[in-house]
Design a protein around this ligand. Structure first.
Ligand code: SF4
Ligand code: ZN
Length: 305
């Protein structure tokens, strides 16, 4: 198939449209879409320092690359933040690539580990607790380490590589689990209100599909090779992802529809949870909607096993 703009060989056909694009025109489309998302949702202000969560996968590597391209000429500071969960055979090879990549872009990289902050690696945790899905601990601790890192590094925004597929999965997962509070903090910018213990998370890839981000990483040679987490197949997200991909194949546009209908109800959700207070965890002082934060609950659970 040929590019709809210039008749060169196309590299991708866009979802929900008859448009196919070649490398050059796909790169233009991709960057425009990122810029538009940042602009429309006022994700970045002139004096911002942005922490960019980086794992070494296609999403975070592409995010760091494009944010660097967009903001290099400005005063906006970027810091890459990597979280080492302590998963044998997974993190080390990905991190050695992250180090090389950050060095090439001349972006400082800070690494925080579960071992240092939580006291145990994820591997040690799941050895103790064989009943809980690893991602349950991992997601809570990783989010916490990222927020702590952002506060420590004095960045006022935290950018993540979440794409449209990730968001559609999260929306469905929260619906299936009847967790509307968790949905109220989704969206292109997370957080229902400002709080000094809280760092706003921004998702510049919010309207780009997984296929688009993968294509961008591939045609720009951004990935060395990426090793997938061995625990991914055990997670609830994986089941929802497979179901959603199957739906998308049968009914193209499903993921876009989930996200756009969610966005039309998001203001109501945010309004609904606006008044719910952000407390300080009685144990660690972190922001939480309860008395004790989930990180402290989990640490207590692990220590009691
Ligand atoms: Fe953590 Fe699960 Fe992701 Fe692995 S797949 S990094 S355990 S959340
Ligand atoms: Zn706590």
């Amino acid at each position: 198939m040929n590019c709809s703009r210039c008749h060169n060989k196309s590299v991708i056909k866009l979802t929900n449209s008859e448009v196919s694009l070649c490398e050059k025109h796909f790169n233009i489309y991709f960057e425009k879409k990122v810029r538009k998302t940042i602009r429309v949702y006022k994700m970045v202000a002139k004096q911002d320092a942005i922490g960019v969560a980086i794992s070494g996968g296609k999403d975070s590597i592409s995010l760091l690359y494009i944010l660097n391209k967009i903001f290099k000429p400005s005063k906006i500071k970027l810091i890459a933040v990597a979280i080492d969960e302590g998963i044998k055979g997974y993190r080390d090879p990905n991190f050695s690539y992250v180090k090389k990549f950050c060095k090439k872009l001349d972006i400082p990289l800070k690494t925080y580990s579960f071992k240092n902050k939580i006291g145990k690696t994820l591997d040690e945790i799941i050895k103790k607790d064989k009943k809980t899905i690893p991602c349950t601990y991992c997601g809570v601790f990783r989010r916490r380490l990222l927020i702590d890192a952002a506060l420590e590094l004095n960045v006022n925004k935290l950018a993540t590589g979440h794409n449209l597929d990730d968001e559609a999965q999260s929306i469905l997962m929260n619906q299936f689990r009847k967790n509307t509070r968790a949905s109220s903090i989704l969206g292109p910018i997370t957080g229902v209100k400002d709080d000094k213990k809280f760092v706003r998370r921004i998702k510049p890839f919010y309207f780009l599909t997984e296929k688009e981000v993968a294509t961008f990483a591939f045609i720009n040679n951004l990935l060395d090779r990426y090793i997938e987490c061995p625990n991914a197949i055990l997670g609830y997200r994986r089941v929802v992802q497979e179901m959603l991909n199957d739906f998308e194949n049968k009914f193209p546009g499903t993921k876009h529809n989930i996200v756009s209908s969610f966005l039309s109800t998001l203001p109501l959700l945010k309004e609904n949870f606006k008044e719910s207070s952000i407390n300080s965890c009685r144990k660690c002082g972190a922001a939480t909607s309860k008395n004790i934060c989930q990180t402290c609950n989990f640490i207590e659970k692990i220590n009691s096993l």
